[in-house]
Design a protein around this ligand. Structure first.
Ligand SMILES: [Zn+2]
Length: 224
């Protein structure tokens, strides 16, 4: 009976966590810019490796059509695939609970093109819906810590109020490509369930083995 309880409890815990966690993992959606005219996940990754980080500091990069990546493509970093924290702001809370998206471009020098605005609006709408992030939690990097990122030509109120209108302008092939990125994360019910349950069972078996060994040792020490 005890054996059954171990299986059952770990199964229920893994199931509940695997259903709840993927939709509640992120509380904020934070927009950045790369502050460069060209770029891609590969170039951001190289720059951040040089700082000693294991991957790009952001979860997603929104390509602008340079470095051979089609404009509007959302490139997921390992942080997005694994669902880990970002290293993108000086605010631990926003790094831990935020989903960080960096748009390739420098919006301190120039405003975003209408096509890029549509790409960004569609990406934000898609992610906000998937992760159930309300509009008042869609932020710019400078709302989290002292910086100009994502540049003076990006205005939060303007971005958020025109989301639906701008997103409607997106090219359908770009929209489809952006939707496919949602499948690139391991923080989805099935893989998460498998990891959580397998992890718990391994711990449980290890604990049982340790207890059995300790029992044998104690018995051998007992005076006869
Ligand atoms: Zn930033």
């Amino acid at each position: 009976m005890k054996f059954l309880n171990g299986w059952f409890l770990s199964f229920i815990f893994a199931l509940v966590a695997a259903v709840w966690w993927p939709s509640n993992r992120y509380h904020y959606l934070v927009v950045h810019h790369t502050a460069s005219d060209t770029g891609s996940l590969a170039s951001v990754r190289r720059a951040h490796w040089a700082r000693g980080w294991f991957d790009a500091g952001y979860h997603l990069i929104l390509a602008n059509g340079t470095h051979g990546v089609a404009a509007g493509t959302l490139q997921p970093s390992l942080r997005y695939r694994l669902g880990c924290h970002a290293v993108a702001t000086r605010s631990p809370r926003h790094n831990l609970l935020g989903l960080h998206l960096s748009v390739v471009g420098n919006f301190d020098k120039q405003s975003m093109s209408p096509a890029m605005r549509a790409n960004l609006a569609h990406a934000l709408t898609l992610l906000a819906e998937r992760y159930r992030i309300p509009p008042d939690q869609i932020l710019l990097h400078r709302d989290c810590s002292a910086t100009v990122c994502p540049g003076r030509f990006v205005d939060r109120a303007d971005l958020v109020t025109s989301l639906a209108r701008d997103a409607a302008q997106v090219d359908e092939t770009v929209a489809a490509r952006q939707r496919s990125v949602l499948g690139a994360t391991l923080v989805a019910p099935l893989p998460l369930f498998i990891c959580l349950w397998a992890g718990q069972l391994l711990l449980w078996f290890a604990w049982r083995r340790w207890r059995a060994r300790r029992g044998r040792r104690l018995r051998s020490l007992r005076p006869t």
